[in-house]
Design a protein around this ligand. Structure first.
Ligand SMILES: *[C@@H]1O[C@H](CO)[C@@H](O)[C@H](O)[C@H]1NC(C)=O
Ligand SMILES: *[C@@H]1O[C@H](CO)[C@@H](O)[C@H](O)[C@H]1NC(C)=O
Ligand SMILES: *[C@@H]1O[C@H](CO)[C@@H](O)[C@H](O)[C@H]1NC(C)=O
Ligand SMILES: *[C@@H]1O[C@H](CO)[C@@H](O)[C@H](O)[C@H]1NC(C)=O
Length: 501
């Protein structure tokens, strides 16, 4: 069905073209800024500098415009939160040139209205990560869509994050807001109420690490972007006891090496609720699974929940297989090449000739198991807020240029999903939330980070340097934890609203 939008469309301008019932938006993956030298104090008081690149926080950005006339910004697309906020041009960080994806200047917009001065404050799960300022409304356009008038937004002048976020979760998970109803119409709600989409649902294809471009399709599914069938998974209750986030039931995790040998990493009867969150870079596994996986790879901690492995591990042919939903469920195979991230340490600063690369996993933060980009890159995911369902299939690799989009209609069917897998999952008990993972920290020798572990998995590509490093680490083991090289880290987890409800 073709929809038309109001009188202005008589002019048939490009924004007035009939809506096909969905809205496709490109997602761009970016690696933040240049490598930088990080000062590091050793336990004996001496100071080294280590070349590091704060790169495990890969960014997945979409373009929006705000205000009249339109101001252009790129913001993180975040399935794990529900507010749209942008950095204010007046923020000290932006004035220093630290806001690399555009800023919003309310004084230049004739349609800008303040709703609650200083009332906006969103806090994400990563330590210290909050952004605060005013609640306001203004005209929004995403992907050249029909303008959404009076979209409520946060305009942040106190920044932790250098660019804004478009949360596309449940409106019931919005951050603190002044509306007496408790929620305000989110971007998702307004895409539906303006007739751009039929249902509060969208599909996400981040695409693999070798590609720079993925897509989110509001109101549609692209059947060329996955293999096998989509399997529907009823959403599970979050920590606050209601369904207001994309928690699905993870029932098995295993590693299959290049010879086909499989090591089971999760215990029998495993049924863990995990949050599908595009705003987090890593995959945060329960401690038991994380320990088995990290030690299998000989990963070492570098502080703040970050772990590194030799970069050459990116070339091995193993996969990490995740099963969801129990019987009749779906298995997503994540190649190791998709989880060994960018280089954090050069060969000179790391005890392996291939350098040290980000290992895309961590222990649960604040007791939440979060499945971020190092998982989502290998999945095609449909997020259906209206029916509290997420559907998953194996992503087809690097299919940026194909397209066959089916509209998600009103009602409950998800195109391509015929099976529903219903295993229920539980949250991590509070008692286990503060456990320290049993994975060694990197130690320091001279200006090098030293590997403390030897992989227990069959990793293939071996290197003499790693053996030397393992020996060296023994002699300096008393200095474990000395290295905390960077404020690398975790992207956006849960909105504060979710944590205090
Ligand atoms: C966003 O806009 C910029 C500038 O027009 C363009 O270079 C970039 O490719 C766009 N990104 C996406 C994801 O559409
Ligand atoms: C926002 O909230 C966080 C968490 O409560 C707090 O630490 C921070 O100081 C607040 N920011 C502002 C600018 O009020
Ligand atoms: C991985 O598999 C590819 C294709 O089968 C093969 O060419 C390559 O040599 C393998 N790499 C390793 C390290 O075994
Ligand atoms: C995991 O995925 C690999 C690669 O597709 C496959 O060979 C293996 O059989 C899978 N293992 C399990 C336990 O499903």
């Amino acid at each position: 069905m073709r929809l038309l939008f109001g009188a202005a469309c008589a002019a048939l301008t490009s924004t007035c073209l009939a809506s096909p019932g969905y809205l496709k938006l490109d997602i761009e993956r970016r690696t933040p800024s240049e490598p930088r030298l990080v000062r590091r104090q050793n336990s004996d008081g001496s100071v080294d500098t280590v070349l590091t690149q704060n790169t495990n926080k890969l960014e997945y950005l979409v373009n929006i415009t705000l205000g009249t006339p339109a101001q252009h910004l790129a913001v993180t697309l975040d399935t794990g939160s529900s507010d749209l906020w942008v950095p204010a041009a007046s923020a000290p960080l932006c004035k220093k040139g630290g806001c690399d994806n555009g800023v919003f200047d309310p004084t230049l917009s004739s349609t800008y209205t303040v709703v609650d001065q200083d009332g906006f404050n969103i806090t994400y799960a990563a330590p210290g990560d909050s952004d605060a300022g005013d609640w306001a409304t203004d005209t929004l356009s995403v992907g050249g869509s029909t303008a959404i008038k009076k979209q409520q937004i946060g305009v942040a002048s106190t920044l932790f994050d250098p660019h804004g976020v478009m949360g596309v979760g449940f409106d019931t998970n919005e951050a603190n807001n002044p509306s007496s109803e408790g929620v305000y119409p989110s971007v998702m709600d307004n895409l539906k109420s303006t007739g751009i989409i039929n249902r509060l649902a969208y599909s996400l294809y981040l695409n693999d690490l070798q590609a720079n471009k993925g897509a989110v399709i509001f109101g549609g599914v692209d059947t060329t972007k996955y293999t096998g069938d989509l399997v529907a998974l009823p959403l599970q209750e979050g920590p606050e006891g209601i369904v207001s986030e994309f928690y699905v039931t993870l029932t098995s995790v295993s590693f299959t090496d290049e010879t086909g040998k499989t090591t089971q990493l999760s215990p029998d009867g495993y049924a863990q609720s995990v949050l599908l969150d595009s705003g987090t870079s890593q995959t945060l596994l329960t401690d038991d699974v994380f320990n088995a996986l990290a030690n299998g790879f000989g990963a070492v901690g570098i502080g703040q929940g970050s772990y590194v492995v030799p970069c050459r591990f990116a070339k091995i042919n193993g996969t990490i297989n995740y099963s969801f939903g129990g019987d009749g469920g779906v298995t997503i195979k994540v190649p190791v090449s998709q989880v060994v991230g960018n280089q954090d340490f050069t060969a000179e600063n790391f005890a392996d000739e291939s350098g040290g690369c980000d290992f895309g996993f961590g222990p649960p933060i604040g007791g939440f198991s979060i499945f971020g980009d190092t998982f989502l890159r290998s999945a095609y995911a449909v997020f259906d807020i209206s029916n509290s369902v997420a559907a998953l299939a194996q992503a087809a690799e690097n299919k940026a240029d194909t397209s066959s989009i089916v509209v998600i209609p009103t009602g409950t069917t998800i195109p391509g999903a015929t099976v529903t897998a219903t295993a229920t999952g539980t949250q991590i008990p509070d008692a286990e939330a503060t456990e320290e993972p049993a994975v060694p920290s990197a130690s320091v020798q001279g200006t090098s980070l030293v590997l403390a572990g030897t992989p227990t998995f069959n990793i293939g590509v071996q290197s003499t340097a790693s053996t030397a490093a393992a020996a060296a680490s023994t002699s300096s083991s008393g200095r474990a934890n000395a290295a905390a090289p960077t404020a690398a880290l975790l992207g956006l987890g849960l909105a504060a609203g979710a944590m205090v409800l």
